[in-house]
Design a protein around this ligand. Structure first.
Ligand SMILES: N[C@@H](CCC(=O)N[C@@H](CS)C(=O)NCC(=O)O)C(=O)O
Length: 291
């Protein structure tokens, strides 16, 4: 029985650090850097600063797909940004992404470095630069862009809404969990109906739309996000499951999901990627433990 009086918002909101739940140590109501720290720069044209969360995986999958197609200009260094330790608030990272969230890309292929932030913008930047995974015109292009932006607009309800209140909030609030469970099931049904019509989201071809949606909704439908598989009855979405398994078979996807990953099986974690050979030699199971 909870006898706490109902919450009445005060006239003016104030920052109560201890009320922030699981991410209280990194959440702040202000932007900008908290400390001076330059970003490292490697030898490749593309410098990625990221972590192997669904938003990070979108980009490492795209880079591995481009390399698999033979685009040597897509060689990249992937540097680890530990968001739980506040590394997204270092001055160098904030210069690359004023929004202080992974992923951030600095494209050093030309004479002046170009910063790109927001995973959808990074996918579009790379697709444009290499002329790949984005249909060039017509209905297929419109469909690809529509599903890409669908993901950018929808996933915050899945992660920041459902995931936050179902898995992370310090108290379980029925109203909030109900609201976001309903929305996430609706989103899964949207995807399921689309994937009943076509092999991939934009049509017959695998595109950046699939790369954006798969890390979030593929993980969700396999019951691997927020331990919510049974709660959401994810097995009902058979077309999403078919597509999820198909995408997971791609060698570039298998590599991309390992990059900047700091949890799970040691053999699945490649904390930093600076060379194609790193997948064979530098996963956590192969590195000697620190002395
Ligand atoms: N819309 C952004 C979302 C990026 C995002 O939310 N990144 C999270 C990790 S998945 C992050 O860096 N959080 C750190 C923080 O909020 O301080 C994108 O797609 O790039």
């Amino acid at each position: 029985m909870n006898d706490a009086p109902p919450y009445v918002p005060p006239k003016v909101w104030s920052w109560q650090k201890e009320n922030g739940g699981r991410f209280a140590n990194i959440n702040r109501p202000i932007a900008g850097p908290t400390h001076d720290k330059d970003l490292p720069v490697g030898r490749h044209p593309l410098q990625l600063y990221s972590l192997g969360t669904p938003n990070g995986v979108k980009v490492t999958v795209m880079l591995e797909e481009l390399l698999a197609l033979g685009h040597a200009g897509a060689e990249y260094d992937a540097w680890l940004i530990r968001i739980n330790e506040g590394e997204q608030f270092g001055s160098g990272f904030v210069a690359a992404n004023p929004n202080s969230k992974i992923p951030a890309l600095v494209d050093r292929s030309g004479t002046t470095p170009i910063r790109v932030f927001e995973s959808g913008a990074i996918l579009l930047h790379l697709a444009g630069r290499f002329g790949a995974f984005l249909p060039v015109e017509g209905a297929a292009r419109a469909e690809c862009l529509s599903w890409l932006f669908w993901q950018m607009g929808s996933a915050p309800f899945l992660g920041g809404g459902f995931g936050h209140f179902y898995a992370y909030a310090p108290t379980k609030i029925e109203y909030a969990i109900d609201r976001y469970a309903m929305e996430v099931k609706r989103q899964l049904d949207v995807l399921d109906r689309r994937l009943a019509e076509s092999a991939y989201l934009a049509g017959d071809e695998y595109t950046i739309a699939d790369m954006a949606v798969w890390p979030w909704y593929g993980t969700l439908v396999k019951g691997q996000l927020y331990e919510s598989g049974e709660f959401l009855q994810v097995q009902e979405y058979t077309n999403v499951l078919r597509w999820t398994d198909q995408v997971a078979q791609r060698p570039a996807v298998k590599r991309g999901r390992m990059v900047n990953r700091t949890w799970g099986q040691p053999s699945s974690q490649l904390h930093e990627r600076h060379d194609a050979g790193d997948f064979d030699t530098r996963t956590q199971d192969k590195l000697a433990p620190a002395p």
